[in-house]
Ligand binder design. Structure first.
Ligand SMILES: Cc1ncc(COP(=O)(O)O)c(C=O)c1O
Length: 408
């Protein structure tokens, strides 16, 4: 495919349109350097449950590719799908009679909305506080820092415990009059451990602070895992003191990218989330989320995948994921010099070494075609195990052993 450039060397719009056959070829060429995730060679970012699930998502997305969920009166179909997604999420994640929620474009948006709601609720009660802050365990996702930056809030990160979980004591000690929100992860992205939500919720109640549970990773995995495994700590909206919870449909819900939910234990808290503006020529503009347009395709794909898989489908996938996770943990544990950090509750694992430089192992793995995710502090390699890893687990462990032994 020919590209044309202007005098500044900038790529220009092609003079004439090109046929799909050429574009398809060009797109295939473009992706030739991407991570080979279908062979289980990726370590995060892709949540693939099989060609059949992808096909359902693709078809549903295609059916609603032009529709916009910003306009519920024009597209009642999308309103109904969003309601269904929220209701299903609440029934999986412990919402009581007053619970409610919103479909968003992803984990970061869900987090930002929860922060905005918590901020507005805080402001209503303590209007004179100069610098409200968020109190985070050190392992919380940077989406909170991004939200704080946009909203002009401060963030205090608190050291986690030796078990790689939030320290209830340390967080409790840091709560002040200016603390507008504390956060627990379920699980944390770096270590895969679920923070002690029940204990944190008790502290949140006693100290009158908003507790948000970030279940972006675990929200659509843990409820299914809990059906066949013990030892998954509770983190649901039914715990008194949990005010909001985020869960990503596009992670272990296996939906197309661009779908998450933010849930609230109480509709009064959700009311803080909405944005309305009237002082412009067109009158009332209202959005429930941070974005305007919400892609209809992403909503329809999430709705279709949830109904396609159902409880049995999700449970079978959860069993596969946990079985694979155990295989990785066991395999890593057998390799001399390597150890898994903490006791991961779900499918995110991190592992390091006291005997050699773990990042050199990562470099060697990368040279063998593995896409490696790393932690810097503490130094570790990291991965989110998904169903596609049954393609790569044995080859990964063999290569890992070879690369690790060479680093002695
Ligand atoms: C715990 C947690 N929270 C929030 C996010 C942000 O989600 P997204 O990338 O969908 O915006 C992630 C992403 O991995 C995450 O792991």
């Amino acid at each position: 495919m020919m590209s044309s450039f202007n005098v500044q060397g900038r790529k220009t719009l092609p003079a004439r349109g090109q046929p799909w056959s050429e574009l398809q070829e060009a797109l295939s060429d473009l992706r030739s350097g991407d991570a080979d995730w279908r062979q289980g060679r990726g370590s995060l970012h892709v949540y693939y449950a099989g060609e059949d699930v992808l096909d359902v998502a693709r078809r549903a997305y295609g059916m609603f590719i032009s529709e916009n969920a910003l306009a519920p009166t024009m597209f009642p179909s999308l309103r109904k799908m969003q309601d269904d997604l929220v209701q299903i999420s609440l029934s999986l994640l412990g919402g009581g009679r007053d619970a409610c929620g919103t479909v968003t474009s992803g984990g970061s948006e869900s987090v930002m909305l929860a922060v905005r709601s918590a901020y507005r609720a805080f402001r209503a009660r303590r209007p004179h506080v100069r610098s409200p802050h968020l109190l985070l365990p050190a392992s919380a996702h940077p989406a909170y820092d991004q939200a704080a930056e946009v909203m002009g809030l401060d963030v205090i990160r608190v050291a986690i415990g030796g078990d790689y979980r939030a320290s209830v004591e340390a967080l409790a000690q840091c709560i002040e009059h200016e603390t507008m929100m504390i956060v627990a992860s379920a699980p944390s992205m770096p270590f895969g451990t679920i923070d002690p939500v029940e204990e944190l919720a008790r502290v949140a109640r006693e100290r009158d602070v908003w507790l948000h549970v970030d279940a972006c990773i675990g929200g659509f995995l843990a409820p299914h895992v809990a059906r066949f495994m013990t030892g998954v700590p509770r983190f649901d909206l039914g715990i008194a003191g949990v005010r909001s919870l985020s869960a990503d449909l596009h992670k272990f819900g296996y939906a197309a990218n661009g779908a998450s939910v933010v849930l609230y234990a109480d509709t009064e808290d959700q009311a803080h989330q909405f944005f309305e503006y009237s002082d412009w020529p067109k009158g009332l503009y209202r959005t429930e989320t941070l974005s305007g347009t919400l892609p209809g395709g992403a909503v329809a794909a999430a709705w279709a995948v949830m109904h396609y898989l159902g409880e049995t489908g999700y449970r079978a996938l959860a069993q596969r994921v946990m079985h694979l996770r155990d295989r990785y943990i066991e395999g890593i544990g057998r390799i001399r010099g390597l150890h898994v950090l903490g006791a991961p509750h779900l499918s995110v694992i991190a592992f390091g070494s006291d005997e050699f430089d773990i990042h050199s192992v990562g470099d060697a793995m990368q040279a063998r075609g593995w896409h490696i995710s790393r932690l810097l502090n503490p130094a570790a390699l990291h991965m989110t195990v998904t169903p596609v890893h049954d393609q790569g687990v044995e080859a990964y462990l063999e290569d890992l052993e070879r690369c690790a032994q060479r680093c002695y």
